[in-house]
Unconditional design. Structure first.
Length: 433
């Protein structure tokens, strides 16, 4: 008779556990978790998985150099662990600051939302919609837009009177309802699809009421576990990690941008357009993209990069020979493609940027620190770039001791219109040193 200690678990439980593990590199499960669910940022990863890593490694100081809307910092706060989060996207940084204001007075936040809605209701009938950007006009009915613009005007009037934390919470609450109140396709990816319609659309005032109620409920949960946030959020750059002290970090948990053609600058175009921070897609480069790691062909093209200069960057010397071959092949292949996208420049710039990131990470981490990067490999135009191996080699070159890769799932298997047959994957790159 087989010892029950070694019996295989039921198939259903195995399947569920495997599916959850495969989702650990996504934001999906966070939409059920306090604070994390305040704003869906699909370029994130699982908070529960982050918590498991924090527990396993007994971290005393944590860093995420690509913190996004704050998953690692919120998870660290829940466990009472000091953390640093670095975010170069100015708008996403503001959203993260809202999440990390969970320890603020619940009564003060409630009062701010009540005053906001009261002030907005008085201004609703007189609010002007004439200056709404084209994207915003396409995404909302006139009634919804009038509601939203009255809320916006009320916020702009009241914000100077609030503390920074209350301001951040209210700003986040408003941004969190913008997609739910639009009748066009806005989810689950960040890209907005004005030609697609939703079956369910929320009323802005009701959506704001429900959002703020959820936020106050979650604040009570977090404040019941810990009185203050121990996170430091920095509007900095992973390539410098300015503001993070030398040799202060013993655990890094992060997910860098993937080198594909997803434009991270475009992640909050709807929200930035609503606030008037950009007028059109073309404004994104000056407002956001130029500050980010280069991970899309749009970025490389806009910056008018030159391959020879990129490959001469001393930072990529440890992988220069292989990287040069891949970039030259991409340069040849793109000339046969109608889009002629500058993937050769993007790949070179991406690894140069990430090489500088590893240099900065070596400065701020203690001896014996652990780094875990959730990453995916890349094959633009079907030319494969072995991301985890090149990252590992860069890490070793800049002073870390070892690396291993743990695959989570296969990628590029569902898309019927995929342009190549190179099987891609996603996984965790563990770096020690």
């Amino acid at each position: 008779m087989q010892d029950t200690l070694f019996d295989s678990p039921p198939v259903k439980k195995q399947t569920t556990a495997k599916a959850k593990a495969a989702r650990s590199g996504t934001f999906t499960d966070n939409m059920k978790l306090p604070v994390h669910r305040w704003f869906r940022y699909s370029a994130g990863f699982s908070a529960e998985w982050v918590e498991s890593v924090l527990k396993t490694h007994h971290a005393t100081a944590v860093l995420d150099p690509f913190v996004g809307s704050g998953t690692v910092c919120v998870a660290s706060d829940k466990m009472g662990i000091p953390s640093y989060g670095v975010e170069a996207h100015p708008f996403v940084f503001r959203l993260g600051r809202g999440k990390l204001s969970w320890a603020e007075s619940i009564e003060a936040f409630d009062a701010a939302i009540s005053l906001l809605t009261e002030t907005a209701a008085k201004r609703r009938d007189s609010v002007s919609l004439s200056e709404a950007p084209e994207l915003i006009s396409k995404c909302y009915s006139e009634d919804s837009l009038r509601d939203l613009y009255s809320i916006k005007e009320a916020y702009l009037k009241l914000a100077p009177k609030w503390t920074e934390a209350i301001n951040s919470l209210v700003f986040l609450a408003i941004n969190s309802i913008l997609r739910a109140t639009s009748h066009v396709g806005t989810a689950q990816w960040q890209y907005v699809l004005p030609n697609k319609s939703k079956a369910r659309v929320s009323s802005p005032y009701e959506a704001l009421k429900l959002q703020s109620k959820m936020m106050t409920d979650d604040m009570r949960v977090m404040q019941g576990a810990s009185p203050v946030s121990k996170a430091t959020l920095l509007p900095s750059d992973s390539r410098t990690l300015q503001g993070v002290p030398d040799k202060s970090i013993d655990l890094v948990v992060t997910s860098p941008p993937y080198a594909n053609n997803y434009d991270y600058a475009d992640a909050t175009r709807l929200e930035m357009s609503f606030w008037g921070e950009i007028s059109n897609w073309g404004d994104l480069h000056e407002s956001v993209r130029q500050y980010l790691i280069c991970s899309s062909s749009q970025h490389a093209s806009k910056d008018k990069m030159k391959l020879s200069e990129l490959l001469d960057d001393p930072a990529i010397e440890p992988i220069k020979e292989e990287l040069t071959k891949v970039c030259n092949e991409l340069d040849d292949v793109r000339k046969t493609k109608g889009g002629n996208k500058a993937y050769h420049l993007m790949i070179a710039a991406y690894f140069a940027d990430m090489a500088k990131t590893f240099q900065a990470l070596r400065r701020v981490t203690k001896e014996g620190a652990t780094l875990c990067l959730v990453i995916g490999d890349s094959a633009p135009y079907g030319v494969h770039a072995p991301v985890e191996r090149w990252f590992g080699e860069l890490a070793l070159a800049y002073g870390f001791k070892s690396w291993t890769f743990e695959k989570i799932r296969d990628r590029n298997v569902k898309w019927k219109n995929r342009k190549h047959d190179v099987l891609l994957h996603e996984g965790r790159l563990w770096i020690k040193g």
